[in-house]
Design a protein around this ligand. Sequence first.
Ligand code: AHR
Length: 473
Amino acid sequence: MKVEVFVDATASLGTLDRRVYGQFIEHLGRCIYGGIWVGERSKIPNIKGFRKDVLEAVRAIRPPIVRWPGGNFASAYHWEDGIGPREKRPRRFDLAWKVEEPNEFGTDEFIEWCRLVNTEPFIVVNAGNGTPEEAARWVEYCNSKGDTYYAQLRKKYGHSEPYNVRLWGIGNELYGRWQVGFCIDGEECARRTIEFANEMKRIDPEIELVGVGCEDPEWNLDMLKIAGGYIDYLSVHIYIRGDKPYRELVASPTDIEDRLKGVFYLIKVARRKWKIRKDIKIAFDEWNVWSSEATCIKEAIFTALVLNSLQRLCNAVAIACFAQTVNVLPLIVTRDDGSMFVNPQYLVFKLYSQGIGNEVLKVTVDAPSYYSKEIARPTCFIDASATMREDAIYIHVINRNEEEEAECRIKFRGFMPVAARHLYISGRSINDRNTFDEPNNVSIEEGKDISIKGYEIILKLPPHSVNLLSVRR
Ligand code: AHR
């Protein structure tokens, strides 16, 4: 397969918000307990109770932001259960997932873990069976510099400095009947959002708020019309079924890109109609493919395609959180015997973290396509996105073709390549994966066959591969 990619260094699509490489951790299954947290007395190596191998693996992908505590869990979580001496914290029945919650991991643990990972915390308050007052107290506990009750409580528990949590979500998926405290329609959710925003912002006017959105235009219009002046982001969650044929799975990110564009156009229309001055963007704060088994190269290709879409959507999507980081639809898989491995999807985040610029460039691709029945359109075998920072351009190129390698020529406008490095993930087949027994079966490899001729780079892209080209001038 012969393909051409054209990168225009003189045409910027916009500035990339690095928060689109965010993660999501929830009190669900073994994500927190057994994944993030094992407790100080565990035999598993840990730092202050945080599982050390997971901590290091998360740090290595440099997530700019991590969303917590849910997800559905957030809608029945009362944060005051999770502070203070651990042995005194109540063991509760979690209404969301119908399991027991020990509350060993709470706000202070989350913030400390974020500091160790070097990431920004993003907290979702309980707008299900919680109250605006409870949410405002949480903001006070985290951010107040004063000497009021909840600020004193934080200090009493050993944290004299405010946490300065900037980003807060008001509720999770409140449109769904599966959600504790769901809303009947967007209007109800909008009124609830205003009440929460009003109280939370009185404590800290600097915080940024994410309101519950979805793909239902009626819901979103109600949210924007009524609560548009109170929120900074509208959330969208998309999960793709993992049991699709390979070519359909890797066509689906094109559809995700269109669906997100659709939500953003609606936001723009609503802002114009109701004269909302706030520049509302999308928080795509849960996304993944819903696969029942350990994930393989095919899910890695899907993941990279979504990340490329998010680069192109830099003017629409400011935040995105991969669901989830550990043990639940995971990047990282752990066992209670202390072993761990990473899925190829993890390697995608690692690869992307090794080369991202801040300006998204215009890219065009000339390559063969196949027809996707599900999204009813031709899907190009090659997807490419490029970002630029100072003297470097980072090109993320994905070869969807599971059978053929691509002979790829990359041409530039306004940029003379002098040095280039090629890293890729491919495996031997689309079903190749890592396991506890073979944790390094799939890895990031270095491409050896890359050359520069004038304004062109020539290289081979293996079948079913995710590639990073770091190019300097
Ligand atoms: O990620 C698992 C669940 O999926 C989350 O709790 C919920 O928000 C979504 O429906």
